[in-house]
Design a protein around this ligand. Structure first.
Ligand SMILES: Cc1cc2nc3c(=O)[nH]c(=O)nc-3n(C[C@H](O)[C@H](O)[C@H](O)COP(=O)(O)OP(=O)(O)OC[C@H]3O[C@@H](n4cnc5c(N)ncnc54)[C@H](O)[C@@H]3O)c2cc1C
Length: 447
């Protein structure tokens, strides 16, 4: 268990946080050890939040999982004093961002204010970055002070794992993330990719599909369709090279194959089983075990892992190759601590890493925590995966999947249960996808 100390704080980069503290006011000495100590004390102070009026539940991460947790914790137990913490001050949705890139919806559709969410649902939003956790004293440390908790829910999402495509040097990783962003975490990446797609002058545009349990199984294939649709509309001579580290399309296989050949036969070249072992950024080449693939521009989506925060907090499952959290698979609490929970894409269960999975799962875990606070239990229920994939634009046509999970006692793992897949794209399904997103945003932010 980590213990937060001045020494540890400095190791974590406290010195770089000092400037922000000093900027906020105070008479800290200008330099030297006194200044370091004074500002460390500033970060070891209590966060500026009203005193809790009931058992405090801190939710770290205001994405799909965290926003749902915060809302439904209040719903299941209005006495909870809920604080949602995120390092961003604005929510912009990753789901539906591919069709935004192809101008099928405006940015306003995807962006929503944490202030609206907090006000509508009677919880507090705290804009800060989490830096450490002390489970002994039940404190989450942030760059704006610590917050004491009765329960803590972590929903920090994912990080990229560039080492798994052979890019290990920090400088190379930085260049790759900056010049060819994957577009699966931060909206700055999405904006950069949209600009790329709308200014591409022609040639080979590489997109990659990672191996492992990556975020949103269908999204890289959908993005290939949207990229090709944009190039087609712009009437440029471009090829989308879709390099898949998997043996075949991972989901909605027949639908995507048909969409590629029906709408983009000379544009999308699908290359399965492409084991990427490096990227030569200067030559603009993807390196595989057998070949090099040149590109004019690219979106390199590497394999993913749970947010590094899980590992830094000492909560990662040592046997998990993706460093996911060591939580009870049915009750979601950390192995030996029923006051710390993990939901969303940082979980270890092999569920689809998707927004609707995080949304439905967080409702269950919120109810579970509310029950635990009353000394009760509730039965496990499966999360629900729901995913719409646009394949054609103007008007938007989409395919969809809805699925649940069941536990296979013999294999000791989860598997799909009751899968409803629609691989025949339609305008109606395109509209259904928009209605799905709108309904969830309304639930989390405005009701
Ligand atoms: C292009 C694209 C298309 C997708 N399409 C679909 C789809 O059609 N359907 C679907 O269901 N899902 C889809 N997804 C997947 C979906 O976005 C994710 O699965 C979902 O966001 C996971 O929720 P989460 O809460 O685990 O993580 P996130 O939503 O990523 O939230 C994590 C939050 O934690 C915050 N955070 C992290 N570290 C810290 C820290 N140290 N301090 C403070 N805050 C921190 C982050 O700022 C972030 O807000 C898509 C994703 C992408 C990128």
């Amino acid at each position: 268990m980590s213990k937060f100390t001045r020494r540890r704080f400095i190791q974590l980069g406290g010195a770089s946080l000092l400037a922000a503290g000093a900027a906020a006011g105070g008479d800290s000495p200008k330099s030297g050890p006194d200044r370091t100590a004074a500002i460390n004390d500033g970060y070891l102070r209590k966060a500026a939040l009203p005193e809790p009026k009931g058992p405090r539940v801190v939710v770290l991460g205001g994405g799909w999982g965290g926003l749902t947790m915060a809302r439904y914790l209040k719903k299941f137990n209005p006495a909870f004093d809920v604080v949602l913490v995120d390092r961003k001050s604005l929510f912009i949705s990753c789901p539906l961002s591919n069709i935004w890139m192809a101008d099928q919806i405006p940015m306003e559709f995807l962006s929503h204010s944490y202030l609206d969410a907090a006000k509508s649902n009677d919880y507090q939003f705290f804009h800060a970055s989490a830096v450490d956790l002390d489970r002994a004293s039940k404190r989450l440390y942030t760059d704006s002070g610590y917050i004491g908790y009765d329960y803590l829910v972590l929903a920090p999402g994912i990080d990229y794992d560039y080492a798994r495509i052979g890019v290990t040097e920090i400088e190379e990783q930085y260049r790759l993330r900056t010049e060819y962003p994957g577009g699966f975490i931060d909206f700055s990446e999405h904006l950069a990719i949209k600009r790329k797609l709308h200014s591409f002058q022609g040639g080979n545009f590489v997109l990659t599909v990672p191996a492992g349990n990556y975020r949103c199984m269908a999204a890289p294939y959908e993005r290939a369709c949207m990229a090709a649709a944009i190039f087609k509309k712009r009437d440029i001579k471009a090829k989308v090279l879709l390099l898949d580290m998997n043996a075949d399309i991972r989901i909605k296989k027949d639908g995507f194959r048909r969409a590629f050949s029906t709408f983009y036969p000379d544009m999308i070249e699908y290359m399965p089983a492409t084991e990427i072992s490096g990227v030569d950024l200067d030559k603009r080449e993807v390196i595989t075990d057998f070949d090099t693939i040149p590109f004019d521009d690219a979106v390199i989506y590497p394999p993913v892992r749970a947010s590094r925060l899980i590992e830094n907090f000492g909560l990662a499952l040592s046997s998990s190759p993706q460093k996911e959290a060591d939580v009870d698979q049915f009750k979601y609490h950390f192995r030996d601590d029923q006051h710390v929970y993990v939901v969303g894409d940082a979980r270890p269960q092999p569920f689809s890493k998707s927004g609707n999975t995080a949304y439905s799962e967080a409702k269950y875990v919120a109810e579970l925590i509310a029950a635990h606070a009353k000394g009760k239990e509730i039965p496990w229920r499966s999360p629900q995966t729901m995913c719409f994939s646009g394949v054609r634009i103007d008007p938007l046509e989409a395919m969809s999947i809805i699925a649940f999970y069941q536990y296979d006692k013999k294999e000791k793992t989860f598997e799909f249960d009751r899968v409803h897949m629609i691989e025949k794209w339609s305008v109606r399904n395109g509209q259904a996808g928009l209605a799905w997103g709108e309904g969830i945003f309304r639930d989390l932010f405005y009701s």
